[in-house]
Design a protein around this ligand. Structure first.
Ligand code: GDP
Ligand code: IMO
Ligand code: MG
Length: 427
């Protein structure tokens, strides 16, 4: 089982950090393949809580090599501060590998992200403001700056000049902002070069060799399937591919090397930022999910929008990712409801629809069709086997599994590493 992908099956914040950390002890490499510090992955180890944004969650497992792949966008200031923050807490970060082909988020990308959102007004995406979209846009427009450019001052200067020649016109003429001086950006970027040099590597070569040698490599997605720029609720998405194919392009590993794809699935649904969300709740149940689930963004501190489980989305995640397993998280949060609504289909303009509609207009009009499953009131946070769960909790999990199209191989019953019921091994 050498290469596994672990990704979000919904709109992010499903508990990917916890799931990755759980596997970290048994894998050799944990690789981020897309996104950047828009991610916020929480890992709880004993009484210590870590919030990781750019670093793969495997960094907390000694023996595991963390890798930032070519598909990630890297804010060097954030990376260095995350590294020093972990070192201060006694975490060894020296093994980190950073792809020389990863693109850099610069101060002009974050500025453009923020002013664009302001300009969009009520049509805004609700981005994290971390410069993610503008950096990927530059990559695709072939005017991006890569990690390797830090080591050739002349190339770096030419590239920053070229990028800013154009962007300053937009900043000044469209957004009425002061132009950004190219020399200042080059100087700032060069200041990171020596600090990052020990980590820079040909990560594609390292990872392919590792897989060929039978080492276990885990690809950790940021965000989630419905935030994917191709397969998500466009335009209310992030600017990369969190779906399984993204692991191949974002790390330089062929699809034939991937043996397992694990979808992290919350036992209910949350979303941060704008965009359609059929099962969203605006009543006290939504408030209760937010309160009990601690549904507040790790990166921006925004309250997460909350709603019931949506099996249409889970089925879609199985389809577009080729999921082999689910890791169902936060089942404990549902303790105490007499009955739990689960969305099994949508009603769109009077029709019952079983699959996620590809049309944005249809999805905006989708109304959830609910089935009501019996709840449970017993505390489940100490359960370590499936059999220890109350009968109704077992039935809830089994129903979700049947509706979602892949086996539920693990269940989260609390935020801690040990608060997990493992049903099938992932390795
Ligand atoms: P990620 O972005 O997918 O890594 O998820 P976040 O860290 O943004 O949000 C998930 C939150 O749920 C974090 O606060 C986790 O500590 C917490 N969490 C993860 N799994 C469980 C679980 O099974 N039960 C409970 N109660 N909390 C969990
Ligand atoms: P993790 O990895 C939840 C959302 C933002 C916004 C949209 C675009 O912790 O699950 P961006 O800054 O990426 O251009 O914003 O995507 N978003 C997330 N929502 N979890 C995340 O990451 C997210 N990363 C981005 O809220 O709606
Ligand atoms: Mg998160």
């Amino acid at each position: 089982m050498p290469a596994l992908v672990l990704l979000g099956a919904q709109w992010g914040d499903e508990g990917k950090g916890k799931a990755t950390d759980l596997l970290g002890g048994s894998v050799d490499y944990v690789v981020r393949y897309q996104g950047g510090n828009n991610a916020g992955h929480t890992v709880v180890v004993g009484d210590q809580k870590y919030a990781l944004h750019l670093l793969p969650s495997g960094i907390l497992s000694p023996g595991c090599t963390p890798v930032i792949g070519n598909g990630v966008v890297v804010d060097p200031a954030v990376l260095l501060s995350e590294l020093s923050g972990l070192e201060e807490r006694g975490v060894d970060t020296s093994k980190l590998l950073l792809s020389g082909n990863a693109h850099l988020i610069t101060p002009y990308h974050t500025t453009i992200d923020k002013v664009t959102e302001r300009f969009l007004g009520s049509r805004k995406i609700g981005t994290t403001g971390r410069g993610i979209g503008p950096t990927y846009a530059d990559k695709i427009n072939r005017v991006g700056i890569r990690v390797q450019d830090l080591y050739d001052e002349s190339i770096l200067t030419q590239k920053v000049d070229a990028a800013l020649d154009f962007k300053n016109q937009i900043l000044a003429k469209l957004y009425n902002r002061r132009a950004i001086e190219s020399g200042r950006i080059v100087e700032e970027l060069l200041g990171y070069a020596d600090k990052l040099r020990p980590y820079v590597a040909d990560t594609t070569l390292v990872l392919n060799d590792a897989i060929d040698e039978g080492k276990v490599v885990l690809f950790e997605g940021g965000q989630g399937t419905l935030l994917d720029v191709d397969h998500g609720t466009y335009p209310f998405v992030t600017s990369s591919n969190p779906t399984a194919g993204g692991a191949c392009t974002g790390a330089g590993v062929g699809p034939t090397k991937i043996s397992r794809v694990i979808g992290i699935l919350k036992a209910y649904t949350t979303r941060v930022g704008a965009g359609p969300f059929p099962t969203e709740l605006f009543d006290e149940d939504g408030e209760a999910l937010r309160r009990i689930g601690g549904e507040r963004g790790v990166t921006t501190g925004r309250d997460r929008r909350c709603g019931w489980f949506d099996a249409v989305i889970a089925r879609y995640a199985t389809r577009v990712n080729g999921l082999t397993d689910f890791f169902l998280t936060k089942l404990d949060v549902l303790t105490g409801w007499e009955q739990i609504p689960v969305c099994v289909a949508y009603e769109i303009d009077g029709r019952r629809v079983e699959e996620l509609p590809y049309s944005q207009t249809d999805f905006h009009h989708a109304k959830p069709v609910y089935e009501y499953l019996p709840g449970w009131s017993e505390d489940i946070t100490k359960a370590t086997t499936f059999a220890e769960l109350p009968k109704n909790a077992q039935a809830y999990v089994k129903s979700l599994e049947e509706m979602s199209g892949a086996p539920i191989s693990a269940i989260g019953v609390g935020p801690g590493r040990t608060e997990t019921i493992q049903i099938n091994s992932f390795l």
